[in-house]
Design a protein around this ligand. Structure first.
Ligand SMILES: [Zn+2]
Length: 346
């Protein structure tokens, strides 16, 4: 029996913390939790003893409450005696991937899943210009600011960190753009043309150079990073959505909490003494049921963001895994409930 991992979320303003410990096996009936100033001592079945410590934090002695056992998870609340002087900061992410489209060079776009050509004709872009995620709709609809009027021409290509925008007046629907061979969604039609996702396409140049697709989870993390950097308050309500090949919308509703005091320890060497590390962390309360979309739109200031099918699937997979790994996981039953996940820097 050993500890697989520990996660502690600190609520520094009320000097409290929530501790989640995941063991390799189910927690036995006779367990004991002992809070010392500098460590937490866990005793299982009177023989297995574990120590947890977090640098920079101290605990109130003998103050443990709300103890719950869920299979191999032991969850409880403890009081803090002191916190670090300096608050930690929020999750941040910088993608290594940037598109490198060039001017006046023949470009072919293919589906990254099956390599089928997206369009039999090649593109040649006269101007290739960077834009910020989410700004494009605003700029095209309202002409940008006084000093910066965007008047896209037919052969212009704009790109942000997760997509490219191709001006094309012949495509005017609000439908998903799907690969005609394998049906994966490659992008969406927008007012002025097409928006193709960088995690869903490969770009081939005339000289046979190929630029492979971005990683879907990196694109999702890039968008979250952008949201966190522009948040004015501590919480933001975000609806991410994608249109599948049948033009049905799928939603990921997220409350992003900008900053969390959080520490974890993984335990690959099965040690009995663990030191938890503070991480740059943000947390997300999320669910995927569409029935609350209208309520959110009415009740909150909501930012809605289009994402790709691949981003959506990788986000839900990763958020679910983090919830299962560190928190209580699948133990809630019945109607779909919100789940909590953490995004943190390694
Ligand atoms: Zn395909």
């Amino acid at each position: 029996m050993h500890i697989k991992h520990v996660c502690i979320e600190f609520e520094i303003y009320v000097l409290s913390c929530q501790v989640y410990i995941t063991f390799s096996d189910n927690v036995p009936i006779d367990y004991d939790i002992e809070m010392n100033i500098k460590s937490i001592k866990i005793t299982l079945a009177e023989k297995d003893i574990f120590f947890l410590q977090v640098k920079e934090y101290t605990f109130e002695e003998d103050d443990v409450r709300d103890i719950k056992v869920y299979g191999n998870k032991l969850v409880f609340r403890a009081q803090l005696n002191s916190c670090p002087d300096k608050e930690s900061s929020c999750f941040s992410f910088t993608s290594k991937y940037m598109p490198v489209l060039k001017n006046d060079e023949e470009v072919l776009i293919t589906c990254c899943s099956c390599q089928n050509l997206f369009n039999s004709k090649s593109y040649s872009f006269r101007r290739v210009l960077p834009v910020e995620i989410c700004d494009v709709n605003h700029m095209f609809c309202h002409g940008g600011t006084e000093n910066m009027v965007f008047q896209p021409q037919d052969d212009d290509c704009y790109y942000d960190k997760v997509s490219i925008y191709i001006r094309n007046k012949h495509w005017t629907s609000s439908n998903a753009i799907k690969c005609q061979n394998c049906n994966v969604c490659l992008g969406v039609c927008v007012e002025y043309g097409l928006r193709l996702w960088l995690d869903s396409i490969n770009i081939k140049f005339g000289n046979y150079d190929v630029q492979t697709h971005a990683l879907p989870y990196d694109c999702f993390a890039t968008i979250v990073d952008d949201i966190i950097k522009t948040m004015l308050g501590p919480i933001s309500h975000i609806i991410m959505k994608y249109k599948d090949s049948e033009n049905l919308n799928h939603y990921l509703l997220m409350k992003i909490i900008k900053k969390n005091e959080f520490a974890i320890a993984l335990n690959p060497s099965c040690s009995n003494v663990l030191t938890l590390d503070r991480k740059k962390c943000s947390s997300i309360i999320w669910h995927t049921s569409s029935e609350f979309v209208e309520k959110w739109r009415n009740d909150y200031y909501v930012t809605e963001i289009q994402i790709s099918e691949k981003m959506y699937l990788s986000a839900v997979k990763n958020l679910t895994e983090i919830n299962n790994q560190f928190l209580i996981g699948n133990y809630s039953t019945g109607q779909e409930k919100s789940k909590k996940s953490y995004l943190f820097n390694d």
